[in-house]
Design a binder for this molecule. Sequence first.
Ligand code: EAX
Length: 332
Amino acid sequence: MAAVMCTAAFAGCGSKKEEAPAASEFAMIAGTSTPDTHPYVLGMNKISELVKEKSGGAVTLDVFGNSQLGSERDLIEDLQLGSVQMTCVSTAPISGFTDMFLVFDLPFLFETTEQARAVLDSEVGSEILNSVEAQGLVGLAWFENGFRNVTNNKKPIEKPEDLKGMKIRTMENQMHMAAFQAMGADPTPMAMGEVFTALQQGTIDGQENPIPIIETNKFDEVQKYVSLTGHLYSPTPVFIAKDYFDALPAEYQTAVKEAAVEAAPYEREQIDAQTESGAKALEERGMQINSPDKKPFQDATASIYDTYVKEGAGFVSPDIYARVQEVIAANK
Ligand code: EAX
């Protein structure tokens, strides 16, 4: 396919043959779980554009959204197996591979986006991002998904009691499930690709995600209420398969790394823009949005800290937790 396109390009170039782009030496593919209009795909497309430019066309990246290449857990495994080269995923499903990202699964850890981004861009943030070599991954940059909000079909969530008995889809993460249990809900873990249909068929009552995910997935077609609980913040590491990255010539490694780092602020800007425009769009399309007092939700989930911040497998390292809190305190 690439060869055919290349020939066509040469043919079209006539006498300017020497300026025709060479076929890429390193053709990478990336997958995400989100629609093509979501900032994950926009950010990945930005990496694609930048890496092509920086490598003079030698390195290319084709991006496949909508869980076409699999769920977020599948995508991590695909990188490990080598069938996909890049991805960006919420940190929650990474809990199946390493404990290093678990600190982000503590409910109400951050009060503001600024605090969260300060942690991502801090020394401890880099350490977490760079901790995945043993998992066969290289962390390139921090994208962002954002603060998560509950949607459902029954009523606006004003207080934790309103969640009582509601079947809420969560990501595949023990701490998220524990948090929803603590708030009285019935958490149901599921990959993103199955959520729309499950909402439509009523096998679940609701789900929780940031506004850009709710809007680009058109959850308004199957959900009535968005409650701005902001109970968790999802950061999004951009990963490349380690074997693939290690085999790249050094100058292309630099090109890939720089492209991802430069695309990160762009991706986060798209999150900011879509958080604002998405809320408006959802309201226009008939959803009802409410902003509950967060304190009762925070109180209801406080026990998660006691249970999960401790030494040991499956827990949040107290050292990482303390260092993250230091950055938060400096950004209050
Ligand atoms: O990472 O699975 C989820 O709910 C995630 O927020 C989403 O797919 C993007």
